[in-house]
Write a protein that binds this ligand. Sequence first.
Ligand SMILES: [Zn+2]
Ligand SMILES: [Zn+2]
Length: 248
Amino acid sequence: MTKLNLFKAKWKSSNPQIREEAVKSLKDIAALADIAENDEYPFVRKAAINSLIWPLHSDIITKVAINDDDASVRKSAIEKVKDSVILMYIILKEPDEDNRLTAVENIKSTEILARLGKNNTACDYARQLAVSKIQDEEILGEIANQTSSYIVYSKAIDKIKQKSVLIHIIENSVSYGARNYARNVLINISTCHKCKSSCAIYYCKSCNISICKKCIQEKHSLKFQSELYCPECNKLIDNKLYRNYFEE
Ligand SMILES: [Zn+2]
Ligand SMILES: [Zn+2]
């Protein structure tokens, strides 16, 4: 060992194991950033990333999260990112699915989660996870209205309990599949307002009630299948809502 080596800082050691150990207590941020970005060994870069702090060192953490060649190093960096806009950017660029899901897990902003859910160019599983983190039924309805991806709209619709939101999807979604899925959910959660039987398949938008065919017939004899009148308000029921999409 040369005299020079004796006094060389441990993080400059030619032995990567010693560098990995040394970066854990290294306080020189410029040196840490340099190692996080440039060390030849992924496990050393990871150790350096783990010594950095968000948001103090957000620039270097973001840089590594986006640019490192090694997926496990990017993951360590992504786990530290707390900015939802940056996480959204990472999700759209990140080639590794596990890393994309890690990024979605870290998003705290409902607005960004909603934007991801609606983004038809983003990965379906990332969008599905975003949807699972959203509680607002109106937002879930907007997502279901804008996507043809089954795993995205089914996740969104399964979380919706408000009939008005389901009807909005049935009437407005760009996707036949989503419209039909919402229709089935609506039928399954509908109990007849009058006789309390399940599977009430008609709905009066004026009264905001579900009603079964038997109860409709008791008050208004059916002249035509297409003309059903609400037994409460006597207005015409829009039974288009319940028509199967194969008939459209
Ligand atoms: Zn009934
Ligand atoms: Zn009515």
